[in-house]
Design a protein around this ligand. Structure first.
Ligand SMILES: [Cu+2]
Length: 267
């Protein structure tokens, strides 16, 4: 039976919450383009299925608690419920139940995500890093190992915000920070790793589609955080080799002419 009450307002929380996700997932306006971009990585589906599992789990709890809150607010609204207040001094059974259920749920997630974690953070392909990516306020500096596959030698190739990688190959990148915390995020590859000053870390992925996509910083790192974005280009191996050779040639032939110093006539 409908009774006017403020509790109806609270029912909007689960309704709007679910609607928001439905619109975003189905790319309906005004939320088109708010869900994940296309997954182009060989292992991205592992992250996606983990994400979806947790989303369904937390979604069900969100809707359940939202509706329970509404029902209780509605039932006990003082404007039409004249029953006197009943004070309850704890329930042992209830406390045990609401401790065990979340604990078991968290334990389930911890076990369920182990292979995804190992894949993303432990099982690094046994090969040298293609390039080193350094986050700094506010850009990504990229240093390619060059032909000798060793970073820090004479044939290294330098770019800024421009990361090219070969298609269909395992790619390993060394990542570090020059100044503050940043987070190296490749949305299309479902890859994200904080870069911590003083730590050298590695990330890896295998891109399966030729695509130009975003490199973004996912850690608020200062006033210019919003503009700390680069481009990731996945290209066939041949094209990648050519691009790197061109970059190196460009780098070796560029010259620097210092600006003329004006003569100071006062003496
Ligand atoms: Cu940032």
């Amino acid at each position: 039976m409908f009774r006017p009450s403020w509790s109806w307002l609270f029912l909007l929380i689960p309704i709007f919450g679910v609607a928001w996700f439905v619109f975003a997932i189905n790319e309906w306006p005004p939320l088109a383009g708010h869900w994940f971009p296309q997954d182009i990585s060989a292992h991205g589906n592992i992250i996606d299925s983990l994400f979806n599992t947790i989303l369904w789990l937390t979604g069900a709890i969100f809707v359940g608690t939202g509706i329970a809150m509404f029902l209780f607010l509605h039932k006990y609204d003082a404007s039409y419920n004249a029953d006197p207040v009943k004070y309850v001094h704890g329930s042992h059974v209830l406390e045990v139940v609401w401790s065990i259920i979340p604990a078991a749920t968290l334990l389930f997630i911890a076990i369920y995500q182990m292979s995804a974690w190992a894949n993303a953070k432990v099982l690094r392909p046994n090969q040298p890093a293609l390039a080193e990516v350094t986050g700094r306020q506010f850009e990504w500096r990229i240093r390619y190992a060059g032909e000798d596959k060793i970073i820090g030698t004479e044939d290294d190739v330098f770019t800024v915000n421009d990361l090219h990688v070969p298609l269909n190959e395992d790619v390993v990148l060394a990542i570090k920070s020059d100044d503050v915390l940043h987070s190296f995020f490749l949305p299309n590859l479902r890859l994200k790793q904080d870069v911590v000053p003083g730590m050298k870390q590695f990330v890896w992925f295998k891109p399966l589609y030729e695509r130009e996509c975003d490199i973004v910083c996912a850690e608020l790192c200062g006033w210019g955080h919003y503009k700390m974005k680069g481009r990731l280009n996945v290209v066939p191996r041949q094209e990648f080799n050519q691009w790197l050779a061109n970059k190196r040639a460009e780098q070796e032939t560029s010259s620097f002419t210092p600006p003329a110093i004006e003569e100071d006539d006062e003496s």
